[in-house]
Design a protein around this ligand. Structure first.
Ligand code: FAD
Length: 424
């Protein structure tokens, strides 16, 4: 089958030095893609809202059939039993072709929770949950942050009390992304109030479709309602739905957060390279290619994206070696999110007053770039610019990432935990 060259070429610098086996696997992915997309395919961003939704659902179903929604998981859990190097090759090919690698909540269900369960849960619990994550029957969101616990996650106050064969949970979760699309939430809760803040936590799997759960949307500065407050009032879940051991919620949560940081950032430079091409086109179309300030900033962006390719290759190599992402994920998360704020600020300066009356469709993504193939519209850039600020906060703020780099990679002494404010 002839493969269209325009979306498979020109990004070769990201490739790992790979074996013949991986090259063959890449060829099979390209055949899969060629069968999935129409002949005039430009990337999912070129489709309208309904077309995007339909294509994403169709692509996810086709990926799930091959176990490619969770490629490294064993076949009995709905995966394809691939090695990490094949997983990375698969992700690269899909992203380059402008094909979604899954549905919106797969970041939570597959990348974060599923991968963490494989490390910390019994085969019985994995058998019960992982295939349903792949099929899309169970759709998860993340319940970590609370009004008084974000960066200082161990200060969380949500309580889970064991009553017979179930947990009874009370508390409030905050900023829960895509909770409106979910039917389950993984909830970090305090199960032992007598233990030290880091020791008395457990990660519970909680169904959302029950009277004790209320999900309220929060409107963000783009006008969208992607994240939510979730109120848990005598919400219940089965006693055995604990990821890892009871009281071991902190190390389990740290594994999960590292998967969150690593998952997105390994493939992000490919998306950013595509976005930088769009930015360059925008600059040219606005007659600003001779502007010295714009040229300097664009050159800086190019260097950053090249550097990000190298950093993500280091992380990819670590994953390909079968290791957990570890604190190295903080480096890539920090560099990527800070870069993206500056790159999108450049787009705002290029668009000038047009940013006040944006035209076209805003990006449907609440994180990072618009999709491959998206038109170079002021509405797309403005929404991406506003969302870029969020990426330096979610998954752990930039300041927290710098703390991780200092303490865990450079071996600097631990920062003292802030003392609670004295009562007035
Ligand atoms: C778009 C978006 C989506 C999100 N989705 C989810 C989700 O799905 N589920 C979920 O549980 N949470 C989610 N969050 C919440 C996110 O994890 C928190 O916002 C983040 O951890 C920061 O916590 P906070 O907002 O309470 O800020 P705070 O912790 O109050 O921080 C305020 C400021 O102080 C700084 N700071 C705090 N502590 C330190 C320190 N020790 N050293 C240096 N600086 C410090 C921070 O960097 C920040 O600049 C999301 C957030 C955003 C923006």
């Amino acid at each position: 089958m002839e493969i269209r060259k325009d979306f498979f070429t020109g990004r070769a610098s990201m490739d790992l030095q790979e074996s013949a086996g991986i090259a063959l696997f890449r060829a099979s992915v390209r055949e899969f893609i060629a069968r999935l997309v129409p002949g005039d395919w430009q990337g999912i961003g070129a489709l309208g809202p309904t077309g995007r939704r339909d294509f994403t659902a169709r692509a996810r179903e086709a990926l799930a059939e091959r176990g490619w929604v969770a490629p490294t998981w064993p076949a009995e859990y709905g995966g394809a039993g691939l090695g990490p190097a094949e997983q990375i090759a698969l992700g690269e090919e899909l992203v380059r072709a402008g094909i979604p690698t899954g549905a919106e909540n797969d970041t939570f269900g597959i990348s974060m929770l599923g991968n963490t369960m494989l490390q910390h849960s019994s085969p019985e619990l994995c058998r019960r949950f992982l295939p349903r994550l792949v099929s899309g029957e169970y759709v998860f969101c993340q319940g970590f942050s609370e009004p008084g616990a974000g960066s200082d996650l161990a200060a969380l106050a949500t309580r889970a009390v064991r009553e017979g064969d179930r947990w009874v949970i009370n508390g409030q979760k905050l900023w829960s992304s895509s909770a409106h699309l979910s039917n389950w939430m993984f909830v970090l809760a305090r199960t032992d109030p007598e233990a030290s803040p880091y020791k008395g936590l457990s990660l519970l799997l909680v169904p959302l479709d029950q009277p004790g759960v209320e999900v309220r949307p929060i409107r963000n500065l783009t006008g969208e309602t992607h994240f939510h407050e979730v109120f848990l009032t005598d919400a219940v879940t089965d006693a055995d739905l604990v990821v890892g051991q009871e009281g071991q919620g902190w190390p389990v949560a740290m594994t999960l957060l590292n998967f969150e940081r690593a998952d997105t950032y390994v493939l992000m430079p490919i998306r950013l390279r595509d976005e930088l091409d769009r930015l360059t086109d925008l600059i040219v179309s606005r007659g600003l290619r001779d502007d010295p300030d714009i040229r300097q900033r664009l050159a800086w962006c190019h260097v950053q994206v090249e550097q990000l390719h190298c950093q993500s290759l280091r992380l990819a190599t670590r994953l390909a070696g079968g290791h957990e992402p570890g604190p190295q994920a903080a480096v890539v998360k920090l560099l990527t999110s800070e870069y993206h704020r500056k790159a999108t600020e450049l787009a705002m300066d290029v668009l000038g007053l047009d940013t006040l009356t944006p035209t076209g469709d805003p990006s449907p993504n609440w994180y990072y770039t618009d999709d491959a193939g998206a038109p170079n519209s002021s509405a797309s850039w403005t929404s991406v610019y506003l969302n870029a600020r969020a990426a330096t906060i979610y998954g752990g703020s930039s300041q927290i990432q710098r703390g991780i780099v200092g303490e865990m990679l450079l071996g600097l002494p631990k920062e003292p935990r802030p003392r609670p404010a004295a009562a007035p």
